[in-house]
Design a protein around this ligand. Structure first.
Ligand SMILES: NC(=O)c1ccc[n+]([C@@H]2O[C@H](COP(=O)([O-])OP(=O)(O)OC[C@H]3O[C@@H](n4cnc5c(N)ncnc54)[C@H](O)[C@@H]3O)[C@@H](O)[C@H]2O)c1
Length: 255
């Protein structure tokens, strides 16, 4: 039977969120904070992090770090864990877009996108899964991928590669970590109205933007729609869910 209270209570939980300096990461931070979580917030954008911190109800620790610097992550994150305590959850939101057709795509660009969107999330998962860095009955990792990790899109090959790879990571890591009771899940958002979409859609014409809207039977999403799904997957409400890719896309992939 569903208990009335407790499942969405994050008051004794420490959650780390990357990409917390804007968009989906910021709204996720504010949502988890309002449910009582203590937060460790990572982003390359210090001003954005400070803005998010102001919006959060609880105290939060900030970590300014470029995720392209993968080798420096362990020391940087563990020094913050020594302040906040072991983590109950890791939410990997940070990511960069890449709209480029194959003929102009350079290997270095694809490598950078893969590093920030995929390999950094994998390294953070490795740090989280270390026995000294996580705790609790139902520790969880949540990745944010994209509908373009599921379906194809022209001029998006590097981004799609990075996001579909997260789906492979989710499934294999879920199996590898099941013995440690660590759950690993991924949310695949459709188009969400955030700074990232503003940056990308400004290079498209009106016709494309109209088509984009038509691709979402329920219209474009809001960052809160993704934050709500993160809250669910990071909570004890989903304690038996692992290895899943949850589409939160207003019907984009149902067409
Ligand atoms: N907005 C959308 O329509 C949409 C759709 C599908 C998936 N997503 C995914 O959701 C996630 C969040 O997107 P958003 O729309 O909130 O974007 P956003 O640009 O608003 O936020 C991304 C955050 O990641 C941070 N970041 C970027 N590069 C970084 C780096 N090298 N090191 C540390 N931090 C870095 C940015 O500073 C920013 O705060 C991304 O992974 C994105 O791919 C977004």
């Amino acid at each position: 039977m569903l208990k009335e209270t407790g499942f969405l209570d994050f008051s004794s939980k420490n959650i780390m969120i990357t990409g917390a300096g804007s968009g989906i990461g910021r709204v996720t931070a504010v949502s988890l904070s309002s449910l009582g979580a203590n937060l460790l917030l990572l982003d390359i954008n210090e001003d954005g992090l400070k803005e998010t911190q102001k919006l959060c109800k609880n105290n939060s620790l900030l970590l300014v770090h470029d995720l392209a610097d993968i080798s420096g992550l362990k020391q940087a994150v563990e020094s913050k864990i020594s302040e906040i305590g072991k983590l109950d959850g890791l939410v990997n939101v940070a990511g960069i877009p890449c709209v480029q057709p194959l003929k102009t795509l350079k290997a270095e660009t694809a490598e950078k996108v893969f590093k920030i969107n995929t390999l950094a999330a994998l390294e953070l998962s490795k740090i989280f899964c270390s026995i000294k860095n996580h705790r609790g009955e139902h520790p969880s990792i949540t990745f944010i991928s994209s509908v373009y990790g599921i379906v194809g899109s022209s001029a998006n090959v590097a981004y799609s590669m990075s996001k579909s790879a997260l789906h492979g990571v989710t499934k294999s890591l879920a199996i590898e970590m099941a013995g440690k009771k660590i759950r690993v899940n991924c949310i695949a958002p459709g188009f969400i109205k955030t700074e990232m979409l503003d940056g990308v859609s400004s290079i498209f014409d009106d016709e494309y933007n109209q088509r984009l809207n038509a691709l979402h039977p329920m219209g474009l999403g809001e960052a809160q729609d993704i934050a709500n799904a993160v809250v669910f997957l990071a909570s004890d409400m989903s304690k038996w869910i692992t290895g899943t890719i949850l589409s939160v896309d207003g019907g984009f992939t149902a067409i």
